[in-house]
Design a protein around this ligand. Structure first.
Ligand code: GRF
Length: 188
């Protein structure tokens, strides 16, 4: 049976990309990686898994609409139906949002609506909360404001450093994201 084609967008290390690729029963094919950072370690990971990459430098385009138009063209060439953001550090604009309405999903390292935006783990750590977590949600025009699909709490222990907290949050991310992707696609 033909699987659903999907893209992962990432800007950095790509541990979530790797977790998605390593998941045994993923019911979609990751057919392309989109990356806005030519030096990102995720690119080597994509190569290792034989996933083609589309790399772009936003500075070379006069507007977000310009590079997103080009991305939409590439995504269509790969038959992409769903987009999974995994550490993609750009705000998604209207061109992508309107083309992939309700089909762009993000993972965020906090229990949204708490601690949206950058360095969510640092924000939670500084705030001294005893619980934070992970959220998988749809993307809308806001920053980490779209409808929530799944969440899992992570306790903050008194002996935690920001690094140990991050490690535990990422372990949850790596388990939760592929499982949520499968549930989402099964119900779509
Ligand atoms: C993850 O913590 C994810 O929640 C956030 O960015 C981080 C990406 O990490 N959006 P990685 O590149 O997948 O290792």
């Amino acid at each position: 049976m033909k699987k659903i084609n999907a893209a992962v967008f990432a800007s950095g290390s790509g541990s979530n990309f790797e977790a998605i690729m390593e998941f045994d029963d993923l019911i979609c094919d990751i057919v392309v990686l989109v990356c806005d950072n030519p030096g990102a370690p995720v690119l080597e990971k994509a190569e290792r898994y034989g996933v083609p990459s589309v790399v772009f430098n936003a500075k070379e385009y006069s507007s977000k609409a310009n590079y997103e138009t080009l991305l939409v063209r590439e995504l269509r060439e790969h038959g992409v139906e769903w987009i999974f953001l995994a550490g993609y550090m750009r705000i998604v604009g209207n061109t992508l949002l309107s083309t992939y309405e309700n089909r762009i999903v993000n993972i965020h390292p906090s229990l949204l609506p708490s601690f949206p935006g950058k360095d969510a783990i640092g924000q939670a750590y500084q705030a001294g909360v005893d619980e934070t977590g992970v959220t998988v949600h749809f993307i809308d025009e806001g920053i980490d404001t779209g409808p929530i699909i799944s969440q899992e709490p992570v306790q903050v222990n008194p002996e935690d450093t920001k690094q140990t907290l991050k490690e535990r949050i990422q372990q949850v991310e790596h388990r939760l994201y592929p499982v949520t992707i499968n549930q989402l696609l099964r119900n779509s």
